[in-house]
Design a protein around this ligand. Structure first.
Ligand code: FAD
Length: 291
């Protein structure tokens, strides 16, 4: 099923993100974790892609397994910036052969050490080129990434939204946001992109922070603003793993309830291969989701 059709429904739903193993030895445990998450019957599951090789080999295996065993629609991520045209075209054919209809078209991070390199000769410079390629390669439902707090490489939000509009016009059927911890940032962003003429559905991405070490990683990765309410929670419970986990899940649940209450229909949860976290969030919302 295409994600754009799921997003057109009026029902409230959660989708979950998982990531593939880095090596073959980790495959079985990741497969089991992703199957446990699939048993929760989310609206769909996304499987990330390791830019420039690494985990990229297993993205399709995991996505195909979830879809075939549990009938859960899957979204395979694909990055382009550190790949050749030939590799990307081969990957797209593999996705098609695996029967996966939904692809998240990403640029990927610039490989370390090449941040200031001359990119004029690179096969891909921006995600928009991958969006166009996917749309011309088949009947894919294509997603794109967006950044309520501005992509770290952008000079300002106006410029970021201008490029986002070009990416959507090239064929994105929906957008998924980078994680954020203050819903007002999302509401302000939505107002600005709608004003800029971006009308496709936007799925907020919510990251449940379940241990204190994740906080620094999350800030480094996304540059996200941490509200005082969230900082206090980490200060108080950060050294007590079970309490931190409970508080982090409660905080994410609260964010999701507020998003639903303000008109969002599907929230994408960065469940990080943790079935217990996905399960807890879903059960916290059981009456709201009707599950
Ligand atoms: P783009 O849309 O190309 O944007 C990147 C930057 O370039 C922005 O600053 C944008 O404003 C600017 N820009 C865009 N077009 C132009 C143009 N024509 N001229 C000049 N500037 C331009 N990474 C992975 O490696 N694997 C994953 O599976 C993965 N999944 C992700 C899922 C989500 C929901 C998100 C939010 C991010 C994900 N990432 C993933 C990280 C992502 O690859 C990085 O954030 C990357 O730095 C940007 O990717 P993008 O697709 O947003 O790029």
């Amino acid at each position: 099923m295409k994600i754009k059709d799921l997003l057109a429904k009026e029902t409230l739903s959660l989708s979950f993100e998982v990531f593939p193993p880095k090596t073959e030895t980790g495959f079985d445990s990741v497969k089991t974790a992703t199957e446990e998450i699939a048993k929760l019957r989310p609206s769909f599951m996304s499987v990330t892609y390791g830019a420039g090789g690494g985990t990229s080999k297993y993205t399709l295996d995991i996505a195909k397994n979830i879809k075939e065993l549990y009938g859960v629609p899957t979204l395979a991520h694909l990055t382009c910036v550190s790949s050749s045209k030939e590799t990307v075209r081969r990957k797209i054919e593999e996705i098609k052969t695996a029967g996966i209809e939904n692809v998240m078209a990403l640029r990927g991070d610039i490989p370390a050490g090449l941040e200031t390199a001359d990119r004029s000769e690179w096969d891909y410079k921006h995600a928009i080129e991958l969006v166009r390629e996917l749309k011309s390669a088949g009947d894919f439902c294509v997603g794109g990434a967006c950044y309520p707090e501005v992509h770290p490489e952008s000079a300002n939000q106006k410029e970021d939204i201008r490029y986002l509009k070009e990416k959507v016009d090239a064929g994105c059927d929906f957008l998924t946001t980078q994680m954020f911890f203050d819903n007002n940032l999302l509401y302000n962003f939505l107002y600005k992109i709608r004003e800029a003429g971006i009308t496709v559905p936007v799925m907020p991405g919510i990251m449940p922070i379940t241990n204190a070490n994740q906080v620094a990683r999350a800030i480094k990765l996304s540059g996200s603003f941490m509200p005082q309410r969230f900082k206090s929670l980490v200060d108080k419970f950060g050294n007590t793993p079970d309490a931190m986990k409970q508080a982090g899940i409660a905080y994410a649940t609260d964010q999701i309830i507020d998003l639903f209450a303000n008109g969002i229909k599907n929230v994408h949860v960065y469940s990080m291969n943790k079935p217990d976290v996905a399960q807890k969030i879903q059960s916290n919302l059981s009456d709201i989701l009707g599950k």
